[in-house]
Ligand binder design. Structure first.
Ligand code: TXA
Ligand code: MG
Length: 350
């Protein structure tokens, strides 16, 4: 299959091009498009055949459910069976934006979308191109991150081309995703609601609206390996670069010392090593390839660069990535969740 690349300017959207991509969705095709979190791979949520194509193109296990994307809050009502009282406050506060709500599904949502579950995940993205595409299609649009299953999520069209070119109909290129990590997945069928995947909206932001939210027990690193997660996607190896990865956690100066010690140890074994550092520490690792994730004082920058950095190490054929841990607060919680899983839970505490 030849994949068509469509370039769009997010600040001056060419609606003819959007309509063309929307026609592809309506015809049962797959269209990768930018969102504020990461690039998504879109299909008509009501078309089982189109939905199955997504799993095939990504190599995604069929029990890992998809998020349904909408362009207007009113579309929620036909997708859900009943809406908990918290839902409308959350939608008013955080939509459009990086919050996905898990609710009881109605019968219009095919089983293929939900991996057989009775619940469905729904989100309204804020990226103008995503909103325009969904609106023009007139459809609810399922969209997982548009990476090959298991790889770091794409934050630029270039990453989508690397993973899916030749396997999907269209890739819309509208620059990089601002947030850089996926949406927060919140199960509001539970009381109090439960965070199934940390993401763009932080627990503190949710608590301001809900009072109390719980964290899925599957998210704490000690338990991540053993508990069966309620969000099926969280059980798979994910976000992983080709290189092996080790995280070093602790007081920053000790982390730097430990990473340098490991660099020496593994260089002697002839390995090509990369260090995933921060603006504060990037000059402290002599004689090794360093990529800064961003500034510790501004953790949003770390979120925005993380997946790109992981892919860059792959391009440079790095065999071992030594990564600094970051503070587990605010968006840092989502950053640590992604790097912990990219590293397959390989953490050294100093
Ligand atoms: O930011 C995002 O959410 C991006 C952009 C493209 O919108 N999408 C995304 O989709 O990250 P995906 O498929 O890569 O991740 C969806 C996550 C998975 O962890 C999946 O298991 C979970 O949401 N999920 C979907 N439906 C669910 C449900 N009914 N119950 C529990 N978890 C669900
Ligand atoms: Mg994904």
């Amino acid at each position: 299959m030849k994949t068509e690349i469509i370039k769009l300017d997010r600040d001056n959207i060419d609606l003819d091009k959007v309509r063309h991509a929307a026609e592809v969705l309506k015809g049962g095709g797959l269209v990768a498009f930018p969102t504020e979190t990461v690039y998504g791979l879109g299909a008509n949520a009501l078309d089982r055949t189109a939905v199955r194509k997504i799993f095939e193109a990504k190599g995604r296990p069929s029990d890992n459910p998809l998020i349904v994307h909408i362009s207007d809050k009113h579309e929620v009502s036909r997708l859900v069976r009943d809406l908990p009282p918290d839902a409308s406050r959350l939608m008013d506060m955080f939509w459009p934006g990086p919050l996905t709500l898990v609710v009881q599904k109605s019968c219009v949502v095919p089983r293929e979308v939900t991996g057989g579950l009775d619940t469905v995940a729904i989100r309204m993205p804020s990226h103008p191109v995503a909103l325009a595409l969904i609106k023009e299609s007139g459809l609810p649009v399922v969209a997982p991150s548009s990476n090959a299953s298991g790889r770091p999520s794409p934050t630029e069209a270039k990453h989508v081309i690397e993973d899916l070119s030749g396997k999907i109909d269209v890739i819309i290129d509208a620059g990089s995703s601002a947030i850089g990590l996926e949406s927060t997945v919140l199960d509001i069928t539970a009381d109090p609601p439960v965070i199934l995947r940390p993401g763009g909206i932080t627990p503190v932001q949710l608590e301001e609206v809900l009072g109390k939210v719980d964290m899925s027990p599957a998210l704490t690193s000690e338990q991540m390996k053993t508990i069966k997660p309620k969000s099926p996607g969280m059980k798979y190896t994910h976000y992983a670069p080709k290189a092996s990865m080790v995280i070093v956690e602790g007081e920053l100066s000790k982390v730097v010392d430990k990473i340098n010690e490991l660099v020496n140890e593994y260089r002697e074994k002839g390995m090509s090593i990369g260090v995933l550092a921060t603006e504060q520490t990037k000059n402290l690792y002599p004689a090794v390839k360093v990529i800064s994730m961003g500034n510790r004082e501004n953790p949003e920058t770390i979120a925005a660069n993380l997946f790109r950095a992981l892919r860059e190490f792959d391009e440079r054929n790095v065999q071992l990535i030594l990564a600094e841990a970051v503070d587990n607060e605010g968006i840092g919680l989502a950053v640590m969740n992604r790097i912990t899983r990219a590293a397959g839970h390989n953490i050294i505490r100093v």
